[in-house]
Ligand binder design. Structure first.
Ligand code: C2E
Ligand code: CA
Ligand code: CA
Length: 745
């Protein structure tokens, strides 16, 4: 145990001293009172309790530079006298508050030539010991108490969040919690909006006439401790609020005495502040209250980040135009119902002449119409039914536990509602709807969606403005194909077709030589349909002409935005795939000419990729067409070379600039002499013909190395880059996107 100071102080004096300290409301006051007592007893001028920094200074202003000098001298083994301006040369003595842990020390400085006597040193130690004794329970009590209260308030905020209270209510819980926690009369939560702080919630005690009613309205603050905490990201505490240069005048006028503000963060970034204000004369916040506010603000920050994440997650499930659940949420609900074995019906509603409205009256009008339709459909449903905007002008409804007749009645009611006229702006608009209904027969969610879709298409093909209930007989391959065809036709018009780009790179220099445009179809129900499936369909149905034009337009327009890069300072070329049907179409040549003229792309930057099988199937006609295309200035590539059973000699008869070696040969190129033989032969041939070889589907480093050894100049494949969206390609070309990143559409 510590030494017992008995010499100069009686036990009763000690007890009295202890009582005085314990009565203090907090640590700070206790320290202050203790130090005052100490300097009084030792007839000293200055007393300091300090750790790394001074905690309490008596006899000097806390910011006086002598405080630091005294502390420095006080920690040395044998302190020399320190001259203090206004006091004179001072003797210094320091003792640890706790002999086992000298984190905190008590220092006294006394003017004059007399050193502290051993008795005085004993007294000093005794007083330090008592001070420590007195502080300990205070500290522990205080911390426990504070923690408990912070915890309670935070729990309330979290509870408000968990029960999905609207954010404004959560914010009110926050300000009220902060005010109660810190015994403040007033608390405000500010959040930044375009770099301005806006009051989002205030809480005030019943005893003040603050805030005036306007403060609860949206109010922007340009100064104040709240703004300072927001700007600095630090806790701000002001003890004498009226004297503070950044004080808000309204608060001063209403008698604010002290204020504190802590930053509020969202995912680490300061987004606002939480401010508490006291209106009691002479009242100031304490250090431990600082801590409490900081802790509370941190918790609020965490809760806020969660809430925003939750809101974002929720908005990802909602359609922005109508506010209805979107496809994702609908399918989720449907899958849950199917998994639970609930009897369900799915109703698809497709507007009949929406495109006309959109094209003639503009997108804003179209959005307005979609909203109005959503509201009308909702009115015809029961609260438990799920209505979603499925995409484009299509809505979907999920009915659970509903008899067939009732489902039909609901469908008919929706049809009647949709048919009525709408007022958009000043105009009256009439659109119809085609409705399909299907019931789940214990199948999958996909199956019932497909059935409802099929029924809806029946309604559409029969002229629209009607309802069709799905029957098994509709479910034939032929019908599905027709549906898919109709979908594809729409996709070409609606822009649901998109283009991704895959870089073709120089195998020796790190340079993008070209990018190949690859078509993608985001089908509203089936998701991403691979090109192999819809390109064939498009060829068979004659849609390929329109589709190919779309892709070529988009690709060429994109290519004009690509930057020129080192070492040759040429922007990459763009390669577009051309199908057999397009090559046979006499108007194709004109299409290419038009696209080049419309987009302004230099012809030599466009490469047309034609598969080997297309060329062999109708050699004469194709060769003719190729010559004409080449006269336009575009370059020609033979795609999938090696798969079309042509002889290598064919390369001598057709005008070709690039040869793309099919992936199936590249796959084994690193597999010894045998594996590389075919590729080596082709590459040698391309060299003699002055044709550029591209290795397709390069997936591994070892393949790339083998290709380099063989002397193949260009490569394309997942090893270098996957097909990516236009905006990702822009980043890739700018060099800011990792080459290995694998972001497919
Ligand atoms: P393609 O012209 O041979 O295109 C290359 C295909 O290989 C692309 O498939 C591409 O994603 C894939 N690929 C690229 N690197 C790798 C790799 O390292 N490993 C593997 N396993 N595959 C790789 P995608 O996009 O599915 O296209 C398939 C085919 O569809 C294309 O083959 C092309 O014949 C056709 N196609 C795509 N877009 C169009 C288009 O706009 N018009 C026409 N007519 N046909 C298109
Ligand atoms: Ca290709
Ligand atoms: Ca290919």
């Amino acid at each position: 145990m510590s030494p017992h100071p008995t010499h100069s102080w009686s036990t009763s004096q000690l007890v009295e001293y202890l009582a005085v300290l314990s009565k203090q409301p907090d640590e700070e006051c206790a320290l202050q009172a203790a130090v005052e007592r100490v300097i009084e007893s030792l007839d000293a001028e200055i007393g300091i309790v300090f750790g790394h920094a001074p905690l309490t200074v008596v006899g000097l202003p806390a910011e006086d530079p002598h405080v630091a000098t005294l502390m420095a001298e006080g920690t040395s083994r044998s302190p020399a006298p320190v001259p203090v301006a206004g006091v004179g040369l001072c003797r210094v003595a320091t003792v640890a508050l706790d002999v086992e842990d000298d984190a905190l020390r008590l220092l006294v400085a006394r003017a004059g030539a007399e050193d502290f006597t051993p008795d005085e040193m004993l007294l000093l130690r005794g007083m330090a010991w008592v001070l420590n004794l007195a502080l300990r329970p205070l500290q522990v009590m205080r911390t426990l108490h504070e923690r408990q209260r912070v915890l309670e308030q935070v729990t309330q905020v979290q509870h408000a969040l968990a029960s999905r209270d609207p954010l404004p209510e959560v914010f009110d819980t926050v300000t009220q919690g902060a005010r109660e926690l810190l015994d403040a009369e007033f608390a405000t939560l500010y959040l930044a909006e375009d770099d301005e702080l806006v009051v989002v919630s205030v809480s005030s005690s019943a005893h003040t006439n603050w805030p005036p009613p306007w403060a609860s309205q949206v109010m922007r603050v340009k100064s104040g401790v709240g703004r300072l905490a927001y700007l600095t990201g630090e806790l701000i505490r002001v003890d004498d609020y009226p004297a503070c240069p950044i004080a808000l005048q309204e608060l001063v006028d209403n008698g604010a005495s002290a204020a504190m503000a802590a930053p509020v963060r969202e995912n680490g970034k300061v987004v606002g502040s939480l401010t508490v204000v006291s209106f009691r004369a002479g009242h100031a916040f304490t250090k431990s209250q600082e801590q409490a506010l900081l802790t509370f603000a941190d918790q609020v920050s965490m809760a806020l980040s969660d809430a925003k994440t939750m809101a974002a997650a929720q908005s990802a499930m909602r359609d922005a135009v109508t506010g209805l659940p979107n496809r994702v949420l609908f399918v989720e609900r449907l899958e849950q119902a199917v998994a639970a074995g609930t009897p369900i019906h799915v109703i698809f509603v497709d507007l009949d002449r929406f495109k006309l409205v959109n094209d003639t009256m503009g997108h804003a009008a179209g959005d307005d119409l979609l909203r109005q339709v959503g509201l009308r459909l909702r009115e015809r449903l029961r609260p438990e039914d799920c209505l979603a905007r499925f995409g484009g002008d299509e809505y979907a409804v999920l009915l659970e536990n509903t008899p067939d007749a009732e489902a039909c009645r609901i469908g008919e009611a929706m049809l009647a509602a949709v048919k009525e006229s709408y007022v958009i702006g000043t105009e009256e608009v009439v659109v119809g709807g085609s409705i399909g209904i299907a019931r789940a027969h214990g199948g999958t969610a996909d199956a019932v969606l497909r059935d409802a879709d099929t029924a809806m298409y029946r309604a559409k093909r029969a002229g629209g403005r009607r309802l069709v209930v799905f029957e098994q007989s509709m479910h034939t391959a032929l019908v599905q194909r027709q549906n898919l065809e109709a979908d594809l036709r729409r996709a070409i018009d609606d822009g649901a077709l998109c283009v991704v780009f895959q870089p073709i790179v120089d195998l020796r220099q790190q340079r993008t030589y070209a990018a190949e445009a690859l078509a993608r179809w985001q089908h509203r129900r089936r998701g991403l349909v691979p090109p192999r499936e819809f390109i064939t369909l498009a060829e068979e149905t004659g849609l390929i002409g329109a589709l190919g034009r779309r892709i070529m337009e988009t690709a060429c327009a994109q290519a004009t935005t690509w930057p020129a890069g080192p070492p040759h300072n040429r922007p990459p070329n763009v390669a577009v795939n051309v199908s057999a049907r397009q090559m046979q179409d006499p108007s194709f040549l004109e299409d290419v000419r038009t696209v080049l003229a419309d987009t302004g792309l230099a012809p030599h930057r466009l490469t047309l990729e034609i598969t080997e099988s297309t060329i062999v199937s109708d050699l004469e006609a194709v060769v003719d067409q190729l010559h004409r295309l080449r006269e336009l200035g575009v370059t020609i590539a033979v795609d999938d070379f090696g798969t079309g059973y042509s002889s290598l000699a064919i390369l001598r008869t057709i005008p070709v600039d690039i040869l793309k070696i099919d992936r199936s040969f590249v796959e084994g190129v690193d597999d010894g002499w045998q594996g590389g033989a075919f590729v080596r032969t082709i590459v040698r041939l391309t060299e003699t013909l002055s044709v550029t070889a591209v290795a397709e589907g390069v997936e591994t480093r070892s393949q790339a190395d083998a290709l380099r050894r063989i002397g193949c100049p260009l490569g394309q494949g997942y090893l270098f880059a996957p097909p990516m969206r236009a905006d990702d390609l822009a980043l890739y070309l700018a060099g800011t996107r990792s080459r290995q990143a694998s972001v497919e559409v």
